[in-house]
Design a protein around this ligand. Structure first.
Ligand code: 13P
Ligand code: SF4
Length: 307
């Protein structure tokens, strides 16, 4: 532990806080977290915690989700500007207009969206449970899947359920290309390719496994292979190397480099965590009416996902 990490841990104890971190956070943040995981695991952890304060090291929609599932807690995010290009690709006003023009749609929203978009949705899903959630939607209802067209297309393909797709995407995952992944596969022919479903179809076609960040760990643990090509944000490599030190993880390259960093995820730093725990700011606050409406599809997801 370095001195800044020790300071974070001391403040955490003083505040009776819990530190939740997404798999894409930097190594030094993952090392001080009480729990590191994917969006689904983080939502369950946020709901279950008995700490007074949740310091959420991830992006804004994730911290907002923590507040929705546990409204009594103080929820802090180290940097309020840690947004998400995918959430930005579905503004609530545009979705509202679309739904007014196309009444009767059943909206399945990927958790990477704002509370306003959640409030317009029927059920939420994550990359870890999307197929399971879509399978529970009443069969007579036509589905609109927002905001990620790549994940939506993957769910449509795996479930066989027709769905309209919102045309949003993640700026990090669309940087991996068929050519860049083909090249690395040729260099490591024995290494299975493990890709996140936010990648384009051209990349998913080359993958041996397509799954959420948390499921990547289970897949690599259970596979007899010794080396894997990981096609997602760079923070995941740290998590995998920590969990499975005996295996080798090769970053899937984009067209330009092997440095698929999400600039939003990487806005969080130890310094900002210290400031947040000292000042109890920046804090996630939501208007009550919005929070109550947005919580409905989220609770539905947590219930459908557990049963
Ligand atoms: P996971 O739910 O798989 O952790 O993914 C979240 C995310 O932001 C992917 O870019
Ligand atoms: Fe959003 Fe993409 Fe960053 Fe995930 S990696 S938080 S989807 S911008």
């Amino acid at each position: 532990m370095n001195p800044l990490q020790e300071q974070v841990l001391a403040l955490k104890r003083e505040r009776n806080a819990v530190i939740l971190a997404h798999n894409y956070q930097s190594a030094e943040i993952q090392e001080v977290a009480d729990y590191v995981g994917d969006s689904l695991g983080l939502a369950y952890q946020a709901r279950a915690t008995e700490a007074d304060v949740i310091l959420f090291c991830g992006v804004h929609f994730m911290a907002e989700t923590a507040k929705l599932v546990n409204p009594e807690k103080t929820v802090l995010i180290p940097d309020m500007d840690a947004g998400c290009s995918l959430a930005d690709s579905c503004p609530a006003g545009d979705l509202r207009t679309y739904l007014e023009r196309n009444p009767g749609l059943y909206v399945v929203a990927y958790i990477n969206c704002t509370a306003e978009v959640k409030a317009l949705s029927d059920v939420i899903c994550t990359s870890g449970n999307a197929a399971r959630i879509v399978a529970r939607v009443p069969s007579e209802r036509e589905i609109l899947f927002v905001p990620d067209q790549n994940l939506g297309e993957w769910v449509r393909q795996t479930t066989g359920r027709p769905m309209r797709l919102w045309e949003g995407n993640c700026y990090v995952h669309v940087e991996f290309t068929h050519a860049s992944i083909t090249k690395i596969r040729e260099a490591y022919p024995d290494a299975p390719v493990v890709a996140h479903p936010e990648c384009t179809r051209a990349v998913r076609l080359l993958a041996d496994e397509v799954c959420s960040t948390e499921k990547m760990i289970a897949f690599c643990r259970e596979s007899p292979a010794e080396a894997f090509i990981i096609v997602t944000e760079s923070g995941m490599l740290h998590r995998l190397r920590r969990e499975l030190p005996e295996k080798t993880f090769i970053p899937g390259p984009t067209e330009l480099c092997a440095c698929a960093d999400c600039r939003f995820m990487k806005m969080n730093t130890l310094d900002k965590m210290i400031r947040a725990l000292e000042t109890l700011e920046p804090r996630i606050e939501l208007p009550t009416a919005l929070a109550e409406r947005a919580r409905l599809p989220l609770d539905r997801m947590l219930e459908w996902s557990a049963n």
